[in-house]
Design a protein around this ligand. Structure first.
Ligand SMILES: Nc1ncnc2c1ncn2[C@@H]1O[C@H](COP(=O)(O)OP(=O)(O)OP(=O)(O)O)[C@@H](O)[C@H]1O
Ligand SMILES: [Mg+2]
Length: 255
């Protein structure tokens, strides 16, 4: 299998507390990988280590580009990791509430990778702006928000807000999108819609690493699952295998 992201023996401590205790995870390029685990098991901490928010005490994070070149990104600052194409969303949505859906996308594009002040000056400005709007609409169509392009973000439903976050990640030129609880607080029908859209976008070549609690919904859409508990991976495999794993069942339903 072709890996896009590998973590090797990651240890992350907060004082004497070990939030991650030797975590090995492999995300396959082109697939949707899911990480589940109860509250406090270390899922967001792992995302924070992968995206450069925290440096691990031990271990490595390896990103493999589309051309097959493996890069050790351990300890890189967040903006550099973002520039390589690893883009995350947050457990609590970080969109600009007062801006419209379209403006939220254009705001991301201004800080886009590869765009220097120099190139912005030498290029034809109007054309550039037009291209960005075109790109934004293509992405909004993919997440089915094009009908709401001029709606201020604060008027969106919970599900639409998550889709706007996904759209922003795509606008940033993501190769690997990491979604931290994309359906938290989203009603069931909208939650399925979010995962269906993730699946559609995945089929267009974007790799996903998803953190999610609601396994009843998420399991239908993902290719591979890691289960965490107390900072460790306790099970991994196809959704069916993990769902039936005794260790996982014990953590979730007490045996
Ligand atoms: N900055 C921090 N300082 C101290 N402890 C932290 C910090 N961040 C996380 N922790 C602790 O590390 C453990 C793992 O937290 P983390 O947020 O990674 O869990 P999680 O699996 O994402 O949980 P949830 O499902 O509630 O989002 C928890 O016990 C948490 O209290
Ligand atoms: Mg979390």
């Amino acid at each position: 299998m072709a890996s896009i992201l590998t973590t090797k023996d990651i240890v992350k401590q907060f004082g004497a507390f070990r939030a991650l205790d030797g975590v090995n995870v492999e995300v396959e390029r082109g697939k949707i990988t899911l990480i589940i685990g109860p509250n406090g098991s270390g899922k967001t901490t792992l995302v924070n280590v992968i995206t450069g928010v925290y440096k691990p005490e031990v271990g490595e994070v390896i990103y493999t580009r589309a051309d097959g070149k493996a890069i050790n990104i351990t300890g890189w600052p967040p903006h550099k990791i973002f520039e390589t194409g690893i883009v995350r969303t947050f457990q609590i949505p970080q969109v600009f509430q007062r801006l419209t859906v379209l403006e939220n996308l254009l705001a991301v594009a201004r800080g886009q990778r590869g765009e220097s002040v120099f190139s912005a000056i030498v290029k034809n400005w109007v054309k550039e702006e037009e291209e960005l709007v075109k790109k934004a609409f293509k992405i909004l169509k993919a997440v089915r928000l094009d009908g709401k392009w001029d709606t201020p973000a604060y008027l969106l439903s919970a599900g639409e807000m998550k889709l706007l976050e996904l759209a922003r990640a795509l606008m940033a030129g993501a190769d690997l999108v990491i979604l931290d609880e994309p359906i938290a607080g989203v009603p069931v029908d909208q939650a399925h819609e979010v995962f269906k859209i993730v699946k559609d976008i995945n089929q267009q070549g974007i790799t996903f690493l998803v953190i999610e609690h609601r396994i009843d919904i998420a399991f239908r859409y993902v290719d591979y699952v890691y289960a965490m508990a107390s900072g460790k991976v306790i099970a991994q495999g196809l959704p069916d295998q993990v769902a039936n794993d005794p260790k996982v069942r014990e953590v979730y339903i007490g045996g």
